[in-house]
Design a protein around this ligand. Sequence first.
Ligand code: ADP
Ligand code: ZN
Length: 724
Amino acid sequence: MTPESILKTTFGYDTFRPLQREIIENVLTRRDSLAIMPTGGGKSLCYQIPALLFDGLTVVVSPLIALMKDQVEQMRAAGVPALFINSTLSPEAYNENMDYVRRGQVKLLYVAPETLLTPRILGLLSELKVDCLTIDEAHCISEWGHDFRPEYRQLADVRRRYPEAVCLALTATATPRVRTDITRSLGFKASNEFVASFNRENLFIEVAPKRDAEIQLTRFLERFKDQSGIIYCFSRRQVDELSDYLERRGYVVRPYHAGLDDDTRRRNQEAFIRDDVQIMVATIAFGMGINKPNVRFIVHFDLPKSIEGYYQEIGRAGRDGLPAHCLLLYSYGDVAKLRYFIDQKEGDERKAAVQQLDAIVRYAEDERNCRRKPLLAYFGEKFPAEKCDNCDNCNAEAPILEDITIPAQKFLSCVVRTGERFGAGHVADVLLGSKNERVLRLGHDQVSTYGIGKELTQKQWMHLARQLSQMGYLNQDGEYRTLSLTDSARAALKSRAKIFGQLQEVEERAKKKDNKKELEYNHALFALLRAKRKELADADGVPPYVIFSDRTLVEMAAYYPQSKESLLGISGVGQVKLEKFGGLFLEVIAPYCKKHKIAEKARETAPARRKKAAKSAESGLGTRTTLIGEAYNDGASVKDLMERYQVTVGTVIDHLTRYALAGSRLRNGEDFQSLTSTSPEDQQAALAAFEELGAEYLKPVFDKLGGRINYDELKILRLCHLAR
Ligand code: ADP
Ligand code: ZN
């Protein structure tokens, strides 16, 4: 057995994620290792695969008791003998599990740190061969981490008791101080550190100005029907109000915050994990202990306090590697709210909080640069490209810029006239000729720029100020975010250089076409597979993802496997799951395919898929057009295609037309004529016209027929012509 063969036969995966192979190799050669990977990076496999290759036992220490059961269930579903021992077990179950371990029937043992430190467990382990000691959430060992646990300090002693065992420490916390703390406490050699990239490619990152927050939110949610997501709010009250609001609108939601009793919290979390509830509205108290891989969206309804927290929260989306969407709603009002709380703090703590807030404000206000750059820079990582193509700024059509030289000059001068000691709000007040108390008290109604900017609104001036900072003309400093001019602003004023920007804050930024090539799949079949999964999960009392991940169901709904052999080719289907569940899912797929005349498709490997996508991009055809064209030629009817891709008849006609115009033959079978209401004589005339004038353009044919047949009808007739 090799790591690769276990990856495929037990876990059903084709390839390792970055660094997994290297870490596993290192552990197998018994070198202590520290692995730092973002949430969803695939840390678990790094000890699970060695555990199956070692003779003896692998002990996994984790502080997240709530997660242990979940992890053990996932392992057992894949056929790995795993158990956990912690304080939640009844005395009988505890003893029973001890016996299993003693008899050597277990490969993986999960324990809480305080459990591991008890004489009973230490005694048990001293009778056995421990090959690997895994320390999950290893940042808990550091007092500098956000989650210090004193018991973790004693793990170094435990480790010394098993000098033969290799030690693997895992964490998603990347700060250098925590990192050195871990390796020093555990006595590791520095050469055995593995740091994966923190870039999560599958997350779409977006920040939108917050206006009618509830309406913006419901509009966003419409795109995620039946899909899981988390909405983070600032306060408990906000959580309660928003979850009520959504509930009244028919969403299946639950609240989660520290003000609810333990039992309610646990029940709400469980319902979310089991797909009984679609949306969790929560404070940041929610998320640590959940492992749910199919969270499809994260909304920050209020501004987070720091970039670090924000990144951790959005990291809970899309652990399964499928696309997920992260939306932050930003308003300056939220900044003021946070400032109010920060002002209750003192000294260094206050200073640190102000800096963190500044960083996230700068991030949220940036409308030009790729979002990934500042986020990754925060973790000491440089994003290697100019654009990522998966954030709002990279995907926005270039905005239409206008000449804003005059207002920019007014604003910059007013910053100077008022002494470069004020924030944007005050400068705007002066420009607008406000008579508010502060303006008058400071005598700013006497400066030469007073009242010279009435052509713009307060909001527009604020927007302009943000752009001027982003362009490097203004510095924003200190806790009051006072503005001062940079050298380049002084130079620009002097040379009267033209400045371009936007005066109107854009409502919805124009988005470029989504060019991510994702696997196309049959949504109707996916829904059936999901229902089957839920039924099996409820029967077993486990979360649905223990049975199969969304990724696995998506592949089933894309390749239509109809035998156990083909099922085994699907990502996430290992030998044991195939035996346990394979037949049950085939019973869903086979009749569906029969009814809709769909044939099984060969599953392409990822590189082949990319090549094909590139090729269809070259021919100018989208993947969807190719898929629909091929499906039609495989025997699917127009009606089948409408259902399979959840599109209108017009869209199917468009795709098939494009497919045919690109040079592919269309099967001669479907009666496209049945779709038209044009008289037989006119049909004949139109077909003759297409024959004569070609099918590329409709206008010549329309004209030739004297406009008798409208364009929608002509599109159908063109397809009749192409399919002849
Ligand atoms: P982490 O602990 O780093 O947050 P997990 O170990 O929970 O991440 O893995 C996240 C998800 O990715 C899990 O659903 C896991 O099964 C899946 N996964 C891990 N490694 C691979 C791989 N090589 N190929 C496909 N999926 C993987
Ligand atoms: Zn980007």
